[in-house]
Design a protein around this ligand. Structure first.
Ligand code: NAP
Length: 278
């Protein structure tokens, strides 16, 4: 496994993380106590941990924090980097504190490595939410603060609202088919050493398995190296910068194991030229 420093944190995380969002139906079922395939999901996360991945992304709204707790049982906490998110309906200062305490209980952990604002709110001033999050850092409940689904303007606003600490990361959709962050946000993050957690790294499964609609260049490069499509998708993202961290979803142990072997592939200049043309 390749390890890279996660932005300003100095913490070495695996170059890929594991996403634990399943789907809205899974969340709805979970609300009435049905945790569909949870054994398989836990096994999937364990498969990633066994393959050397130490970086897991969850969120209060995903309802998967308890699954993460189960999967990491018995592991050395200090070696893991656990990211979770506070949802948009909990951004008032007292709600952020409550949500964080709830996530800590769900995760069965004393601290969260990265606490992220899942989506910006048009109702609650950012300074209110971020001040509460800074308090959580002071209390040792979270180590770092991140954002998710913030455009450039809101990212700048968030940075300006920080009094004691810094925004260390953002989380955005980013893959070979969707490079929209490259126009504005990514150059800004590159300049300010903000880690980018690339969600939908496999284009929500479109660049995986034998799906239709895979760009020809991806197919060609995969054939040339006899590599799974997922390795092309991951290595291409990693080629976009030291601060890019793909977080493919972990729900099937076989898929997670395959994805964790992305470093068997090395893309050459010609491959990158073709892929960058898509
Ligand atoms: N911040 C946000 O607002 C936000 C929004 C969405 C997602 N996220 C995060 O990003 C993570 C990833 O997003 P995502 O799950 O939607 O997209 P993704 O990782 O791009 O794609 C997941 C899809 O790819 C399939 N897949 C993965 N590896 C495969 C393999 N080796 N072979 C064949 N198929 C494979 C999965 O199937 P299987 O399930 O069968 O493996 C699933 O259908 C989420 O889990 C979540 O943590 C964040």
């Amino acid at each position: 496994m390749i390890f890279k420093t996660f932005g300003k944190t100095g913490f070495k995380v695996s170059a890929i993380g594991m996403g634990t969002y399943y789907d809205p139906a899974w969340i709805l079922a979970s609300l009435i106590g049905i945790k569909k395939n949870s054994k398989q999901h836990i096994e999937a996360v364990k498969a990633g941990l066994n393959a050397g991945i130490n970086f897991i992304d969850t969120a209060e709204i995903y309802h998967t924090e308890p699954l993460v707790a189960e999967a990491v049982k018995g592991m050395e906490r200090e070696k893991l980097f656990i990211a979770t998110k506070v949802f948009v309906n909990h951004l008032d200062s007292h709600k952020v504190i409550k949500a964080c305490n709830r996530s800590l209980r769900n995760l069965n952990m004393k601290y969260i490595d990265l606490y992220q604002i899942h989506f910006p709110s048009s109702r609650i001033p950012l300074i209110e939410t971020l001040s509460a999050m800074e308090q959580l850092v002071d209390q040792g409940k979270i180590r770092y603060i991140g954002i998710s689904n913030f455009d450039l303007l809101r990212t700048e606003e968030a940075m300006g609202a920080m009094k004691k600490y810094e925004i260390v990361s953002t989380q955005m959709p980013y893959n070979i088919n969707n490079r929209s962050i490259e126009t504005e946000l990514k150059p800004f993050c590159d300049k300010n050493n903000i880690a980018i957690m690339a969600y939908y790294p496999l284009a929500h499964g479109k660049i995986a398995g034998n799906r239709q609609g895979v760009p020809d260049a991806v197919k060609k490069v995969a054939e040339k190296h006899k590599s799974p499509l997922t390795h092309i998708a991951i290595q291409w993202l990693l080629s976009r910068g030291e601060n890019v961290f793909p977080i493919p979803r972990a729900s099937d142990p076989v898929h997670v194991k395959e994805n964790a072997e992305f470093d068997k592939l090395a893309l050459d200049e010609e491959d990158l030229k073709q892929l960058n043309h898509i």
